[in-house]
Design a protein around this ligand. Structure first.
Ligand SMILES: [Mn+2]
Length: 338
């Protein structure tokens, strides 16, 4: 009996995808709106692989990249798409859609895609799928779409230049939270090792991707930590940020960074909640859990949502009341456990 493997055998799919891609003179490389490291890693990676073969491709995005997106190993030229009538559509003879297969994530150009004027290949690791394609390279067990791109490159026997290795690595590293999330498979680590062998500088990449936050986030973190309260035998940490604090800080009600995760580094803390009063009558809450408490349930009880271990909600109440409600509901959830 042969060894069973979770990874479907797709030698034929990869060969067909390679034949189709190589039949195109100028493919368009696409991913989802608001692209993350995996989306851009795929676009940049495939672009660099094709360039090394002397082949042309158009790497395209929908919005002006943010500083964080620009920190990723970019291509020489990214095309900023201008909706369904973009002139570039008449210059390409194929399209590779990567890291998504959901039309909702391709909205700016979904009408053009649906017209199906050029053949397309879809490469993805998500389970939401409503976009047809001539060839699908899909594996929902893959840690990142960039990992599927790496398999494809290996199956096709393509040279992976350092520029492409960097991009593929960035895709895998960002989707696995720098190899910490539960989707960090042996294949992800083995591939990362191979990519380091192809020229990825680990320390430089980590600094570039994960140590680029603005000073305003550190100031916000200091403020949030100064509002720390520990409850229920030091098992619940609340980071309370009052309107006085947000007003004097000159911060907008934007990104609050990672400070909500910090209390979970304490042994006794099982739930952490960041509770911020931005002065608009609504308290913004972020919840994290490493224990039994289901923060998706907690958030849902306030009309919010999220995952079992990370969720958020908005509470229409003064800060003190919101705080008390959160503590009560955590307590209720714990007492209802058998
Ligand atoms: Mn991804």
């Amino acid at each position: 009996m042969s060894t069973t493997t979770k990874q479907p055998d797709r030698t034929e799919d990869y060969a067909a995808a390679t034949r189709l891609l190589m039949s195109w003179k100028r493919p368009l490389l696409l991913s989802h709106t608001n692209p993350d490291g995996d989306a851009l890693g795929c676009i940049n990676g495939l672009h660099a692989i094709l360039k090394a073969q002397g082949r042309e491709s158009v790497a395209a995005v929908y919005e002006t990249p943010t500083p964080h997106q620009l920190a990723l190993t970019g291509v020489d030229k990214v095309h900023l798409l201008n909706g369904n009538d973009d002139p570039v559509f008449s210059e390409v003879d194929g399209v590779v859609v990567m890291d998504t297969c959901a039309s909702a994530q391709l909205k700016p150009v979904v009408d053009w895609l649906r017209e199906g004027r050029v053949p397309r290949i879809v490469l993805d690791h998500h389970s939401t799928r409503d976009l047809s394609a001539d060839i699908h390279l899909i594996d929902t067990s893959a840690s990142a779409a960039a990992l599927i791109l790496f398999r494809w490159a290996r199956a096709a026997g393509w040279n992976i230049p350092t520029q492409a290795a960097k991009s593929i690595f960035e895709g895998i590293a960002t989707d696995t939270g720098w190899f910490r999330f539960s989707n960090t498979t042996p294949e992800a680590l083995n591939t990362a090792a191979e990519l380091i062998g192809l020229g990825v500088d680990l320390d430089e990449t980590h600094n570039r991707l994960f140590r680029q936050e603005p000073a305003s986030l550190l100031r916000f973190a200091a403020m949030a930590m100064s509002g720390l309260e520990l409850h229920q035998d030091d098992s619940v940490a609340l980071l309370c940020v009052t309107h006085e604090m947000t007003r004097s800080s000159n911060l907008g009600s934007g990104d609050t960074g990672h400070v909500v995760n910090h209390p979970l580094s304490v042994a006794s803390v099982e739930v952490s909640a960041l509770i911020v009063d931005w002065g608009d009558g609504v308290i913004k809450c972020s919840f994290r859990s490493k224990g039994e408490v289901d923060v998706a349930k907690l958030a849902a009880s306030f009309g919010g949502g999220g995952h079992v271990r990370a969720a958020g909600a908005r509470i229409e109440a003064p800060l003190d009341e919101a705080k008390q409600m959160i503590l009560n509901r955590i307590n209720e959830q714990r007492r209802s456990k058998p």
